[in-house]
Write a protein that binds this ligand. Structure first.
Ligand SMILES: Cc1cc2nc3c(=O)[nH]c(=O)nc-3n(C[C@H](O)[C@H](O)[C@H](O)COP(=O)(O)OP(=O)(O)OC[C@H]3O[C@@H](n4cnc5c(N)ncnc54)[C@H](O)[C@@H]3O)c2cc1C
Length: 476
């Protein structure tokens, strides 16, 4: 073992720099700061590398593994769980320069990309060819496809179209040491051997670096209609979710927003909501025109029979954009008013959404914390957003208590710790609530197979940890 193991000596930094060139190597304090955070936590890298091709990624991972230097892959850093935050120093490996769309094939209905492509850029590029890439995290204007695969990102369209994993045909993963694993392929059907493609999806940078992705694409939907339904109370809105899905209608989007969220966005953007607004559903239906017209009419009838106070409809893309304003700008509006905001992520069976919402409110009340609830309600995915002052010890402790109570409560009602944001730092301590000891042990063994020296994104999931690591800086 070399004597400088685990240490980024000036000589080693020089070797990394010679791989990526001076323009792909950042080590000044102000640069390191830019790569030190996401929306949940902070931890500084010692070096930032921005490879521009897969060969550079291989050489970086070979050198880093030889010297046991931690490597934390980074897309756009839009994670809400601390996933791309380097907890053990080492290298922040940004994929920002590997941002080429390599192929869009209309006949094979697939797209092949480098990991740093911004999700919305890909959506637009495939739409220009009459195709459709459904996964649409609300962060799609800035997050990357590599980050989406690494977290198995979802989004509003999950209710009908599923998550990133459902569109993966194959990928390339560079392993520590520099070996290259190519999984899956270009065929729509493929059941040869173990399914590494889908296993790697959601691995949060802990097994290797995703350097290329092949996605399955769909034909673009012929028609889309949007409906914004306003309610006087949250219970009616949740009731409508169950009624719509229970009637056998699967909208492409079924988003829930509570009164705090709506009032915040109305205050700043003036969306003309009634003063007594209690909740809203943003519903979108897509498909052949006739089906869309019939399903929209059926939805309007159902919500009107279930306490809707106002139903706003849109059929043109300009009007639809207007109805999306509350959902799109709500978080920004809250952030402008709040000192600090943490977005949690739980998923529960549809029949338990009401219970989940009630529990979230009662836990927030118990801890004397302000909470806002939004969610992709159509697939039971809820995002309680807690607003508090992290510099106030009492409030910080109250938030930690609320987070722990909610993790337990959501598991108790057959929910899951995370529906789309991933584990990162945020949920790492709670994994054993959901995973059996056998699953944790097998995960630990798999991790060892891919990454025997434990250099990939260390300090996050329990099975990846060799020791308890204290984050350099943790927003609590
Ligand atoms: C306003 C807002 C709205 C959001 N809405 C949604 C939503 O609707 N649905 C949703 O699922 N998420 C949402 N998110 C969370 C976040 O955008 C997603 O998790 C997204 O997939 C992260 O992509 P990224 O490129 O920013 O990755 P990063 O945040 O940089 O990284 C995320 C994880 O992926 C790993 N990683 C990144 N690239 C690679 C790679 N090439 N190889 C291996 N590992 C890699 C990192 O190490 C890290 O663990 C939202 C975030 C914000 C700020």
């Amino acid at each position: 073992m070399p004597s400088d193991t685990n240490k980024l000596t000036p000589r080693l930094v020089g070797e990394f720099r010679s791989i990526v060139g001076p323009e792909g190597c950042l080590d000044q304090p102000e640069d390191l700061r830019c790569y030190s955070y996401d929306l949940y936590a902070r931890g500084f890298p010692e070096l930032v590398l921005l490879p521009s091709d897969p060969d550079q990624v291989c050489r970086i991972l070979a050198l880093a593994d030889r010297h046991r230097i931690p490597v934390t892959p980074r897309g756009a850093g839009s994670s809400l769980t601390g996933g791309p935050v380097p907890l053990c120093g080492g290298i922040s490996l940004s994929m920002a320069r590997m941002n080429q769309i390599l192929e869009i094939n209309v006949v094979d209905r697939l797209g092949r990309v480098q990991p740093g492509v911004v999700t919305q850029d890909f959506q637009k590029a495939v739409a220009a060819r009459g195709l459709f890439y459904p996964p649409d995290p609300a962060s799609s204007p800035f997050c990357t496809l590599g980050g989406n695969v690494a977290t198995n990102a979802g989004g509003p369209r999950g209710v009908k179209y599923g998550v990133t994993r459902d569109y993966l045909l194959g990928l390339t993963l560079v392993l520590p040491g520099g070996r290259v694993l190519t999984t899956g392929g270009r065929s729509m059907k493929n059941v040869t051997g173990y399914d590494f493609t889908h296993f790697i999806c959601g691995s949060e940078g802990q097994l290797g670096v995703i350097s290329e992705i092949t996605f399955k694409l769909l034909p673009h939907p012929e028609c889309v209609h949007t409906v914004l339904v306003l309610y006087q109370n949250l219970a009616d809105a949740v009731g409508s979710v169950m009624q719509i899905l229970g009637a056998g209608i699967i909208p492409s989007t079924l988003e829930l927003m509570d009164d705090h969220f709506l009032k915040a966005v109305d205050r700043i953007y003036g969306l003309d909501f009634p003063a007594e607004i209690g909740a809203a559903l943003l519903i979108e239906v897509d498909g052949p025109e006739r089906t869309v017209i019939d399903q929209t009419a059926a939805i309007v009838r159902l919500v009107q029979a279930n306490g809707a106070r106002d139903v706003r409809r849109a059929e043109t893309s300009k009007d639809r954009e207007k109805l999306w304003e509350a959902r799109r700008f709500g978080t920004a509006a809250l952030v402008r008013q709040a000192r600090f905001l943490v977005t949690l992520d739980f998923s529960v069976p549809i029949s338990r959404i009401h219970e989940a919402v009630t529990t979230i409110h009662s836990v927030a009340r118990q801890q004397d914390l302000e909470v806002v609830i939004i969610g992709h309600a159509g697939d039971g995915n809820l995002h309680p957003m807690f607003i508090y002052d992290p510099t106030d010890d009492t409030q910080a402790a109250a938030f930690k208590a609320a987070e722990a109570t909610l993790c337990e409560a959501m598991i108790r009602i057959s929910g899951t710790l995370t529906g789309e944001h991933g584990v990162g730092i945020e949920k790492a301590a709670y994994l054993s609530l959901e995973k059996s000891s056998l699953e944790i042990e097998l995960s630990r063994q798999v991790k060892q197979v891919f990454d025997p020296n434990l250099i990939m994104n260390p300090g996050k999931c329990e099975w990846a940890q060799t020791q308890k690591i204290t984050p350099a800086f943790r927003i609590t």
